[in-house]
Design a protein around this ligand. Structure first.
Ligand code: FAD
Ligand code: NAI
Length: 474
């Protein structure tokens, strides 16, 4: 006999678990099915983000930054560290502990909100306007019946064409977070978000890192001025970044040999002790038995949805990495909340124009809204205001003055159209711009707001003043 719910969520990542919690808060009988397991076979809720994504990468970014600071930055502050030693095993154990705390936190939240959790793979059996039957297999085998299904099955790493991951020398994101000793020569394919974050972690820990990027431009999605500054700083830090590269072969024996054509079309070969492949991710749709019920995919293999995350089948919804849009945890969460509210007959709201992007390198890079190059190509008349952290008192006190904050505002109305930050705590500073844009603020609004002194946020106020060419501290 099938267990009956109002909503069954397939996938327990940030999209799925948040959707399940919100649906339960709204009084809907809710179940969540997730198949992630630990090496010991135990459930590990939280999906890619918690297990092999956002959380462990940020734990290692913090630990490796602490190590680098202890080795190179503390002396400037008058703090002498003698016999500095890296305990990589402890660093990895701490990262695993942070992940486990998050896994357990989600189990607790499910209990608290009365979300029924089923460990195993969820697949469609049959369905109609009146409801859906979902089979759970490979864990607690069950059949669930539900009026609504939310698919939040996430994404998986893409392999380099012709080269499989081997979990030893040729690594995906999970492998990149668990290398047992610091590789002397580390190769990274893809200068995207994972390539830069994981490349930074291992460089700080002592690897010689070479990043091979297919596109001729570096960080093409970011504002050009930010990308230019980032390339300059990362190169100075020791990351070797080659753009316009075409990889012809990668072979693993004792080490990995990568043959490629460089930006000038010249044949090159490089040997690495490990190679991380970070060339984007593909939606997880296999295993849902979606074809059995006629679920429609788009031309890129994502589940086809409308603006409200409705799939082509009645009462079937899809959210997060498995649908169009940026592959970001907070975008998945917002869609999850919006869908749960729509199911409950309430309003759901996701503003794709104000989804922030953050790259957690040092300096951090964060942006929201339009870049200068986008505004130019769209023929929008704008004014730009930039303020360097070099002129910010808090940044000087921190000893971290790299980068700048930049605001772009409509030349006629002064409405903020984009914000671009490269510098300390950019991940936190961008929130002010997101709020401002969501409230339709002008640059003048930010310029008029009292910001605490000394704070990094004063750079945002000064950038807003710079839009009107009246900075105070420069
Ligand atoms: P996922 O988190 O992928 O979760 C999907 C879950 O569904 C998984 O547990 C999967 O096993 C399960 N599943 C799939 N199919 C089935 C099935 N048929 N039955 C049962 N369960 C199933 N984003 C950020 O915003 N900030 C960051 O700092 C950040 N860092 C990242 C770092 C790395 C290294 C990586 C790889 C990604 C990072 N991301 C980051 C991206 C972020 O992880 C994803 O955007 C986010 O996890 C997507 O959430 P989701 O719920 O859609 O899917
Ligand atoms: P990505 O899309 O950010 O970058 C992939 C890079 O690989 C691109 O620059 C692309 O041009 C390049 N590339 C593609 N094929 C190639 C090839 N054959 N040879 C060389 N280069 C090639 O994807 P990435 O880094 O894998 O991350 C996946 C997603 O995970 C990101 O898009 C992001 O949405 C999410 N993520 C978010 C983070 C954050 O928010 N801080 C951190 C890490 C991941």
């Amino acid at each position: 006999m099938a267990k009956t719910f109002d909503v069954v969520v397939i996938g327990g990542g940030p999209g799925g678990y948040i959707a399940a919690i919100r649906a339960a808060q709204l009084g809907l009988q809710t179940a969540c099915v997730d198949d992630w397991k630990t090496a010991a076979g135990k459930p590990a809720l939280g999906g890619t983000c918690t297990n092999v994504g956002c959380i462990p990468s940020k734990a290692l970014l913090q630990s490796s930054e602490n190590y680098e600071h202890a080795g190179h930055a503390f002396a400037e502050h008058g703090v002498q560290v003698k016999d500095l030693k890296l305990d990589l095993a402890q660093m990895l154990r701490r990262k695993d502990k942070v992940v486990k705390q998050n896994n357990e936190g989600i189990i607790y939240l499910f209990k608290k909100n009365k979300v029924a959790f089923f460990h195993g793979r969820g697949s469609f059996v049959r369905g109609s306007d009146s409801g859906w039957e979902i089979k759970v297999s490979g864990g607690n085998d069950e059949t669930l019946a539900a009026k609504h299904v939310i698919i939040a099955s996430g994404s998986s790493p893409r392999a380099l064409p012709g080269t499989d991951f081997d979990d030893n020398l040729i690594l995906d994101n999970a492998g990149a977070l668990a290398i047992p000793e610091v590789p002397k020569r580390l190769g990274v394919v893809g200068a995207g978000v994972i390539g830069l974050e994981m490349g930074s972690v291992w460089r700080r820990l002592g690897s010689e890192v070479t990043i091979l990027e297919a596109l001729p431009t570096f960080l093409g999605a970011a504002d050009e001025q930010v990308a230019g500054e980032a390339l300059k700083v990362f190169t100075k830090q020791g990351l070797v970044i080659h753009t316009g590269v075409k990889i012809t072969r990668a072979t693993a024996k004792k080490s990995v040999t990568v043959d490629y054509l460089d930006g000038a079309g010249k044949e090159q070969s490089a040997a690495f002790d490990r190679l991380i492949i970070a060339i984007g991710r593909a939606p997880n749709t296999a295993g849902l038995d979606a074809e059995a019920v006629g679920l429609k995919l788009d031309e890129h293999g994502f589940i086809a949805v409308d603006e409200a995350c409705r799939a082509n089948l009645p009462n079937v919804w899809a959210i997060g990495d498995v649908v169009r849009g940026p592959m970001l945890a907070h975008k998945a969460e917002e869609e999850g909340v919006a869908v749960a509210q729509r199911i409950a007959g309430q309003h759901g709201h996701v503003d794709f124009n104000t989804v922030p992007w953050v790259i957690y390198t040092s300096p951090e890079i964060a942006w929201v809204g339009k870049t200068e190059q986008q505004l130019k190509s769209e023929g929008i008349d704008y004014r730009a205001g930039t303020f360097p952290f070099m002129a910010n008192g808090r940044a000087r006190a921190l000893g971290d003055t790299t980068g700048f904050a930049k605001l772009l505002a409509d030349a006629r109305t002064d409405r903020i159209l984009g914000a671009h930050i490269i510098g300390p705590m950019a991940s936190e500073l961008i929130a002010e711009a997101v709020v401002a844009m969501e409230f339709g603020a002008s640059a003048e609004d930010i310029a008029l707001i009292c910001h605490a002194h000394p704070s990094l946020a004063e750079a945002m106020k000064e950038a807003a003043l710079a839009v009107d060419k009246r900075t105070l501290n420069l």
